[in-house]
Design a protein around this ligand. Structure first.
Ligand SMILES: Nc1ncnc2c1ncn2[C@@H]1O[C@H](COP(=O)(O)OP(=O)(O)OP(=O)(O)O)[C@@H](O)[C@H]1O
Length: 508
C-alpha cells in the first residue's frame, strides 16, 4: 500500500494556480524531502495530502484512505508551520490532551523526554520560546506513535541543542521504520538528510520539476543505525546511545508500532467521543485560569443583589437580567475561543489529529452551558432572595430549564461566528447583539406596527416569550409557535455553523 498517493492534483487560490496536475506516491519506508523556492506550493501540497485543503481536481489518499478519516489520521504525525499552542495550559497538560486523541499513545514522560522538555513540563505552553515551541510541536507529532511523519520546516527556530535532539529523534524514527515526508529550505539540514533521504522532490511553478532517488535510495537498515541500549530509565524505558549521530547524548525509545494495530482498526467506532472528556477538562482549566473572566461573570450575576429591580416587576427583573447574561456568555465564550484557536493555527493542528470535531465543539458548548447555568443559579437565586419572592421548586426548575435550553441556538450561532470572523469581530458582534436583543425581545416599545411585526421574526422575541411562559407571566399565548421557532432557529444556526466550519476547512 502507498502511504501517500496523489493523482492529478491541482489547486488554485482565486486566479493564482498553485499546484498543477501533481501525481505522486510515497511508499512505506521512504524518506522524501520536498524542496522548492518560497511560495512554490510545498505547504499547499502538504495541506492537500493531510486533508486540510480540498484539491480543485484530482484525488489524495493517505494510507489508502481519505485523509479526513480518523483511521488515516491516527497513523500520521504532523509538524505544521504557524501553529501556536492554546493559552493557559501547561506543557504537560497539553501533551496529556493530545495523547488522549490517539488509541495507542506514548506516555507523557516519553514524549517530554524525546524532545528534552522534561524540565519544562510545568511551564505554560503558549509562553515557550520559539525553539521550545518547535520542540513541543515535534513531540506532539510523535505522541500517537505514527507510522508516517509529515514535517513542514521542522528545524525552524531550533537552537544547536534542539537541532541535534531533533535529528537524533528522526534517525530513530527511520530506524523504527517510520515513513517521512519533510519540507525544508534549511541548507544545514542536508548534512543529516544526505544519510537519511531516499528521495528528493522539487516543486516549481506548481509542478514537480524534479523527482530524484537519493544516493542511498533506500531506508537505512537496522544494523547501520541500530541504537545501543546502555541503561534503563526510572520508568523502565530503555535508554539508548545512538551510533548514527556525532553526539554522545542518550535517547529513550518507544516500542515499534505495528503496521496497523487492532486498536487502530476499531478506532472508527469510538472516535466521535474520544477526547471529549480531556477536552472538557482542558476547557475547565483554561476557564479557572482566566480569573478576570470567571470573576466578571460572578460579579455581573451577583449585581442583581446589589441593584435589585423594581419589586413590582417580581421575578421578571431577575429573569430579564439572567437572559442578558446568558446571551453574552453564548456569543462571547464559545465564539471567541474558537476564533482565537483558529487564527493561532491550533485548530489546523487539531484537524490533522484523530480528534473528532464533534468532541472538540461539544466540549466547548458544554463548558459554555455550565458557565451559563452557574450564572443563572446566581441571578435567579439572589434575585428571588433579595426581592423576597417565594416560588415553588417546580416553577424555579421550569424557569431555569427554559432560560438555559433557549440559549442553545445563540451558543451555536456563537460557534458559527468563531469560524467566520476574527476574535475582535466576535467581541464587536457580541456587543451589538445585546442592544438588538433588548430592542427585539418583546418589550413594549413605542414603535410603528410594521416594526412590531418585524420583531416577531426575531429569535430573541420567541426566547423572551417562552421565558415569560415558564415564569408564569402573561405572554402572547403562542407557546408551540415559539418553541418551533426556536428549534428552527437552532437548526438554521447549526446549518450556518456547519457551513462556516466546512468553509474554514476548505480555505485553511
Ligand atoms: N489560503 C490562501 N489563499 C490565497 N493564497 C494562498 C493561500 N495559501 C497559500 N497561498 C499562496 O500560495 C502560494 C504557495 O504558498 P505555500 O505556502 O504553499 O508555499 P511554500 O512553498 O510552502 O512557501 P514557503 O517556502 O515560503 O513556506 C503562495 O504564493 C501563497 O501566497
Amino acid at each position: 500500500m502507498h502511504f501517500i498517493e496523489l493523482q492529478n492534483v491541482s489547486k488554485r487560490f482565486g486566479q493564482k494556480v498553485i499546484l498543477q496536475e501533481i501525481s505522486l506516491t510515497v511508499r512505506q519506508g521512504e524518506f522524501v524531502v520536498l524542496g522548492g523556492a518560497n511560495g512554490a506550493g510545498k505547504t499547499t501540497l502538504l495541506s492537500v495530502i493531510l486533508g486540510l485543503l480540498q484539491p480543485d481536481t484530482g484525488t489524495a489518499l493517505l494510507l489508502g484512505r481519505s485523509p479526513r478519516l480518523p483511521a488515516a489520521k491516527t497513523r500520521v504525525g504532523v509538524v505544521l508551520q504557524k501553529v501556536r499552542p492554546p493559552k493557559n495550559l501547561r506543557v504537560k497538560e497539553l501533551i496529556d490532551l493530545v495523547r488522549s486523541y490517539y488509541p495507542d499513545a506514548l506516555s507523557t514522560e516519553e514524549i517530554l523526554n524525546t524532545v528534552n522538555l522534561a524540565g519544562k513540563h510545568n511551564d505554560w505552553a503558549a509562553d515557550l520560546s520559539g525553539g521550545q515551541e518547535q520542540r513541543l510541536l515535534f513531540a506532539l507529532a510523535l505522541a500517537g506513535k505514527p507510522d508516517l511523519l509529515v514535517l513542514d520546516e521542522p528545524t525552524r527556530n531550533l537552537d544547536p541543542e534542539g537541532y541535534t535532539d531533533f535529528w537524533k529523534q528522526l534517525h530513530l524514527c527511520v530506524f523504527q521504520g517510520k515513513t517521512v515526508l519533510m519540507v525544508t529550505n534549511n541548507q544545514a539540514d542536508w548534512k543529516e538528510l544526505n544519510s537519511l533521504a531516499t528521495r528528493t522532490i522539487t516543486l516549481q511553478d506548481g509542478r514537480i520539476q524534479e523527482d530524484r532517488q537519493s544516493a542511498i535510495g533506500k531506508m537505512p537498515t537496522p544494523s547501520e543505525t541500530a541504537p545501543k541500549q546502555v541503561a534503563m530509565s526510572k520508568g523502565g524505558i530503555p535508554v539508548y546511545s545512538f551510533a548514527g549521530t556525532n553526539s554522545e547524548s542518550i535517547l529513550r525509545v518507544a516500542n515499534d508500532t505495528p503496521a496497523e494495530s487492532s486498536s487502530t482498526l476499531s478506532y472508527e467506532n469510538d472516535s466521535r467521543s474520544r477526547g471529549f472528556f480531556p477536552q472538557l477538562w482542558a476547557e475547565s482549566l483554561q476557564l479557572l485560569r482566566t480569573p478576570t473572566y470567571a470573576i466578571g461573570i460572578f460579579l455581573f450575576s451577583s449585581a442583581i443583589a446589589l441593584f435589585p429591580p423594581d419589586k413590582r416587576l417580581g421575578m421578571l427583573g431577575p429573569i430579564f437580567f439572567a437572559g442578558l447574561s446568558l446571551l453574552t456568555i453564548a456569543f462571547e465564550r464559545t465564539g471567541k475561543r474558537v476564533a482565537v484557536e483558529r487564527v493561532e493555527g491550533w485548530l489546523k493542528l487539531l484537524r490533522v489529529t484523530p480528534l473528532h470535531p464533534f468532541a472538540y465543539l461539544s466540549a466547548k458548548v458544554v463548558m459554555s452551558l455550565a458557565i451559563a447555568a452557574i450564572s443563572l443559579l446566581i441571578v435567579l437565586g439572589l434575585g428571588a432572595w433579595k426581592l423576597g419572592i417565594d416560588q415553588s421548586w417546580g416553577q424555579r426548575s421550569l424557569e431555569f430549564t427554559s432560560l438555559l435550553l433557549g440559549s442553545i441556538p445563540f451558543t451555536i450561532f456563537g460557534l458559527a461566528l468563531g469560524y467566520l470572523v476574527n476574535p475582535k469581530s466576535v467581541d464587536s458582534i457580541a456587543g451589538l447583539a445585546i442592544p438588538i436583543a433588548l430592542f427585539t425581545c418583546g418589550l413594549p416599545l413605542p414603535v410603528p406596527q410594521s416594526v412590531q411585526d418585524a420583531i416577531a421574526y426575531s429569535p430573541f422575541y420567541h426566547y423572551g416569550q417562552l421565558v415569560l411562559w415558564s415564569a408564569g407571566q402573561p405572554y402572547d399565548g403562542y407557546f408551540w409557535l415559539h418553541l418551533i421557532w426556536l428549534l428552527w432557529t437552532g437548526c438554521a444556526f447549526a446549518f450556518l455553523a456547519n457551513w462556516a466550519y466546512q468553509r474554514d476547512r476548505a480555505v485553511e
